[in-house]
Design a protein around this ligand. Sequence first.
Ligand SMILES: Nc1ncnc2c1ncn2[C@@H]1O[C@H](COP(=O)(O)OP(=O)(O)OP(=O)(O)O)[C@@H](O)[C@H]1O
Ligand SMILES: [Mg+2]
Length: 376
Amino acid sequence: MNPYSFEDPVTDQKMFYGYHNEVKKIVERVTEQWSFFVLGGPRMGKTSLLQQVEHGLEALGKKNTSRNARQLVIPLYLDMRDIPATDKDFFGKVAKKLEQFLDEHIFAHAIPSEVKISLDSVENAAEPFDSFAAVLLEITEVMKPKELRLVLLVDDLWRKLGSETEIIFPRILRALLTPSEINYAVASVFTGSFYDLGVIGSSASPLENVLFDQSLHVLNKAQTLLLINEPTQNKIPAEVTQEIYQETGGHPFLIQYIMSHLYDREDWAYVTTEDVGQVIVKFEEEREDFKDWFKKLSEIDRKVYKVFCQVELGMETQICIDDLLHMMKFDIPNVNWPVIRDALNALATTGLIRETNEDCYELAGQWPARWFRRMW
Ligand SMILES: Nc1ncnc2c1ncn2[C@@H]1O[C@H](COP(=O)(O)OP(=O)(O)OP(=O)(O)O)[C@@H](O)[C@H]1O
Ligand SMILES: [Mg+2]
């Protein structure tokens, strides 16, 4: 069976590449009440990463249920596409998921039926968060001496952007992140794009101090080679893997797209760079991803990306913030360091450029760059 997939998030741990350090860090720290915002553009691997965090926490939970365990770790994955955009629905769903988790695990017998009834009533409560917090306190009592650690993995809180969500999601964030009597027991990991983070900054600025950013990035060369070579038993010729790296720039979704097509050919040792070219043509015929990425960039991001796309191949390709400030001062009025840094972050988390040194970046994939050049 073809192990590559460009449509679904990675669920097979063996097919998850490149973001292991990020997963490890999040798994270690959420149990100490750190909350995270995982920043990534479309198709950069946000859902895949969240699912690995869930596996990591489940494994920890299993370890922790052994004799001397201090903590009871409960990860709950919440796909915001399944949740209508009100805070009632949100906490109602969290309560349902928690109930299901408690039911499915060995400690279900320890949960009194009143707690289950309270969990059921969250969705219809006048103040869903308060009602949820109250049940959590009950559960904490029941679980003692173990410490409850509920980790909410909230995928795409911003998926349903609209005027209603604009009001609701800061409320959810505040409820979860500002000090309250349940804070010691709950940590959250949110995913979204660079611009979603900006919305938090403006609508709920006190949260900046309690929400740690974890930026996604394109895979480096070694990680890209592993993703290409391990599932194909090192049979793909080196010039072809090099071509895939240069074309995709290490963008996990673009690598998966190419590899899912090449994998179906059984003669991996005879695959050529022309075959890669054919897959790229097919992508452009059938998919609109680049258009979607482009739409999400701001005017300034596009101007900065243009500078990267114009750098000649084979020359020194790294560009630093100071160079950009100098180059762009005629093009962008009032350009300054934070403006450029924001554009670079937006481009790097979209997987179009990669950080090379502190404050310095280079073009990632040639393939999206060609597409963007055609658009100008
Ligand atoms: N760590 C990874 N290792 C290997 N492949 C990955 C990894 N992360 C993402 N991918 C590939 O990229 C594709 C998109 O991943 P995923 O759905 O997790 O991204 P996303 O950021 O959640 O996307 P969306 O913006 O559509 O919600 C997947 O189909 C998978 O093939
Ligand atoms: Mg996703």
